[in-house]
Write a new protein. Structure first.
Lengths: 251, 203
């Protein structure tokens, strides 16, 4: 097995989950209605859980323990896509990001249930139900607000237009793409993106929202190789603030 | 300290301005009743309500509002207005004794789910279903079918096809729930940790 290739795959997935989990948790206590606040917070917690599971796999492959890996690296050492680090701003953006990212995430893990790297395939199978809920939640909100009032449609459309180039950055290819595919570890970003696009179109077709032409958009890349926006480092500083007071503390 | 959340920044920066405004009418979602199946084959029990714009959204929101902690195998939701209730009784008065015999109006027959409240302050629990022509007719049939003479304080009848149940493939929504111990405060063993700390710092 090609270990650097596998590690890179695990790192980018884990970092996505950790950073988006933290971002989404910023809505805790501020959600648009109580029920939604609870649901969005729970899903944020699920994402942190997914990152822990992936960092644990990395630890088994010889990397540092999950807390060290999660809380002590700098922005340039993170492999998450830029989409997940963007500030929340208004709820329409957070919902659109939730929809675009979680759809891709569910397709990726579904594909990984067939990975030749058995621990990853087992994890993917285990969290299938959680991801089913995340996409179910995202889809119903997009369908609801994407065809509700002129204001809700307009706001979601603007967020969609803004987020889409970043969302295309989810599928930034790795230098190890071919090795991963040849070894049966991962199907590759191209195929995941293809299925993602189909699914996104299917849901948007049930709303008044329009998908911009993705073929003429420039994907925002760089996240996978540590080139991030100015928003990531402040997020990491806040996230690790308590941990860094006493890294040896047991919680 | 500058907040990382732009909404907090806006609150902090906002100039206090006040112009008297007429009271805005309430614009709230309707309510939906939430039931949980605690174990495979165990009867559904009522857990509470959620606010939502429609049945499907109620289902999605109810999932985290009521089943994020304790293990369960499925969920069902119904709009509050679709729940038909018998009179609430007290002491040793059986609610079934207050339900009149409602005639079979021999219209279209439908399936209704029947729920009992057998202890005040507890939840309504599913007891079975009846085929009836109306909610009143359903309660009256339930009286002959489920009234054992034991005191029931309240009976609910809900038309079966108004209820949104979990589908077979949605049953995997809850498979990782038993592992989410971090949602249980007792799991942190705060008391033990405090005791340990106090021992350690004792002069």
């Amino acid at each position: 097995m090609n270990e650097p290739a596998l590690k890179e795959l695990l790192y980018k997935m884990a970092d996505d989950q950790l950073v988006l989990g933290h971002r989404n948790s910023e809505w805790t206590g501020m959600g648009p209605l109580l029920e939604e606040d609870i649901a969005f917070s729970s899903m944020a917690q699920d994402k942190i859980g997914h990152s822990l599971a992936l960092y644990t796999l990395l630890h088994q492959l010889g990397e540092s323990d999950p807390d060290t890996v999660g809380f002590t690296r700098n922005a340039t050492q993170f492999h998450n896509c830029i989409l997940v680090e963007l500030p929340n701003d208004e709820y329409d953006f957070s919902l659109i990001r939730h929809f675009l990212y979680d759809t891709a995430e569910a397709i990726r893990f579904e594909s990984l249930t067939n990975s030749s790297y058995v621990p990853l395939a087992q994890l993917a199978t285990k969290i299938r139900g959680e991801l089913r809920y995340h996409t179910m939640h995202a889809n119903i909100w997009i369908k609801q607000l994407g065809s509700a009032t002129p204001e809700s449609i307009d706001r979601l459309q603007k967020s969609l237009n803004y987020a889409l180039p970043f969302a295309l950055g989810i599928f930034e290819e790795s230098n190890f793409e071919n090795e991963l595919i040849e070894n049966g570890i991962f199907e590759g970003e191209v195929k995941i993106k293809e299925r993602w696009l189909q699914q996104i179109k299917k849901i948007l077709a049930q709303t008044s929202l329009e998908l911009p032409d993705v073929d003429i958009l420039h994907p925002v890349l760089g996240g996978r190789t540590g080139k991030h926006s100015e928003h990531l480092q402040p997020l990491l500083d806040e996230m690790s603030e308590v941990f860094k007071i006493d890294p040896t503390a047991e919680w | 300290m500058k907040s990382l959340d732009p909404r907090v920044e806006r609150i902090l920066q906002a100039e206090p301005t006040y112009i008297a405004q007429p009271k805005i009418p309430l614009d709230q979602f309707g309510t939906f009743e939430v039931f949980v199946e605690p174990k495979e084959g165990k009867p559904f029990q009522h857990e509470g309500i959620v606010h939502a714009p429609n049945l499907e959204m109620a289902y999605v929101l109810a999932k985290e509002a009521f089943t994020r902690r304790f293990t369960c195998t499925s969920l069902s939701v119904v709009e509050t207005r679709d729940v038909f209730v018998s009179p609430m009784t007290e002491g040793d008065q059986n609610s079934y004794d207050t339900i009149p015999t409602a005639p079979d109006e021999s219209r279209e027959r439908k399936s209704f789910e029947i729920y009992h409240l057998i202890k005040r302050g507890k939840q309504h629990v599913h007891v079975g279903n009846v085929i009836a022509t109306s909610p009143s007719n359903a309660l009256s049939i339930a009286k002959t079918k489920f009234n054992s003479g034991k005191v029931v304080y309240n009976v609910w009848a809900i038309q079966t096809d108004k209820i949104r149940y979990s589908t077979q493939e949605e049953k995997d929504l809850w498979i990782t729930l038993p592992e989410k111990k971090f949602r249980d405060a007792s799991e942190y063993k705060g008391g033990d940790k405090l005791k340990e700390f106090l021992e350690k710092v004792k002069p």
